[in-house]
Write a protein that binds this ligand. Structure first.
Ligand code: 0WE
Length: 256
């Protein structure tokens, strides 16, 4: 099925083959979308280049640190020149200084708070504003969230506050962009073993906790996030905007 045939998409947030962004990119590609990728730094460029090789030579690869407005502008200027249009955006970018994810939320510094909210939440606003003029045929903007936005997950700390801001921003963006038929949604994933999760103390216990407490008694698979990402980008989701869709084996519905 070519759910996304003829669609043009851009993906922010592939770091390596385990990235959620990569799982969704593969699903969008398999559904027929033509894709562009951004990479955050030269350190990650080779990774992204190697992965996207399988999509052929006409895949665009562009540098973009989302904390710099001029880099975002440059990305969409290139998209405008090469494609002249855009339908899909995946925002799969987050960062908080490591020390902010270790101690008490109470001790979050002003600078760690600023960085976490800038990289993880404001960037969706900046990217959406730059993308919107190219999304003339309507489209879908998708951002990644996590349960820590609505409930306390020990050590998630300022990232929880940043994801809460991201989810709220999603609703306001959905309101602003709805008239031009651009939808904006969040996909809230259960824990996945990515680079962003690696080294976080207790991550293995979290996987076990989901197996023991989610209705489906297991963890979500990257390809399942891909499938949901493809659905939200497709016309099957044409009337869904401003939502946070949990893809977490049902964990979020539980009270105990
Ligand atoms: O959103 C995330 C993680 C995002 C993240 C990860 C890191 C690790 C390295 C943001 N900033 C950093 N900064 C670093 O220096 N997740 C949903 C994964 C995650 O992270 C946690 C979790 C879960 C789940 C941190 C504490 C507790 C649970």
């Amino acid at each position: 099925m070519s759910l996304l045939a003829g669609k043009y998409g851009i993906i922010f947030g592939v770091a390596n083959k385990r990235s959620i962004a990569w799982a969704i990119a593969q699903a969008w590609h398999q559904a027929g979308a033509k894709l562009a990728f951004t990479y955050q730094s030269d350190r990650l460029k080779d990774n992204v280049e190697e992965l996207t090789d399988v999509f052929g030579a006409n895949t665009l690869l562009l540098p973009c640190d989302v904390t710099h407005d001029e880099e975002i502008a440059s990305v969409f200027q290139t998209i405008s020149q090469k494609w002249g249009r855009l339908n899909l955006v995946l925002h799969s970018v987050a960062f908080a200084p490591r020390e902010a994810l270790e101690g008490r939320f109470l001790d979050t510094s002003r600078e760690a708070f600023r960085v976490a909210l800038d990289v993880s939440a404001y960037s969706l606003v900046a990217v959406s504003r730059a993308a919107a003029p190219l999304m003339t045929g309507g489209g879908s903007i998708l951002a990644m969230s996590y349960y820590g936005a609505e409930k306390v997950v020990p050590h998630y700390n300022v990232m929880g506050v940043a994801k809460a801001a991201l989810e709220s921003a999603t609703r306001y963006l959905a309101y602003n962009l709805g008239p031009q038929k651009v939808r904006v949604n969040c996909l809230s994933a259960g824990p996945v073993n990515t680079l962003a999760a690696r080294g976080i103390a207790g991550f293995n216990d979290m996987f076990k906790h989901y197996e023991e407490h989610s209705p489906l008694q297991r963890n979500v698979l990257p390809e399942e996030l891909g499938a949901t990402g493809a659905f939200l980008a497709s016309d099957g989701a044409a009337a869904i905007t401003g939502q946070v869709l949990y893809v977490d084996c049902g964990y979020q519905i539980m009270g105990m």
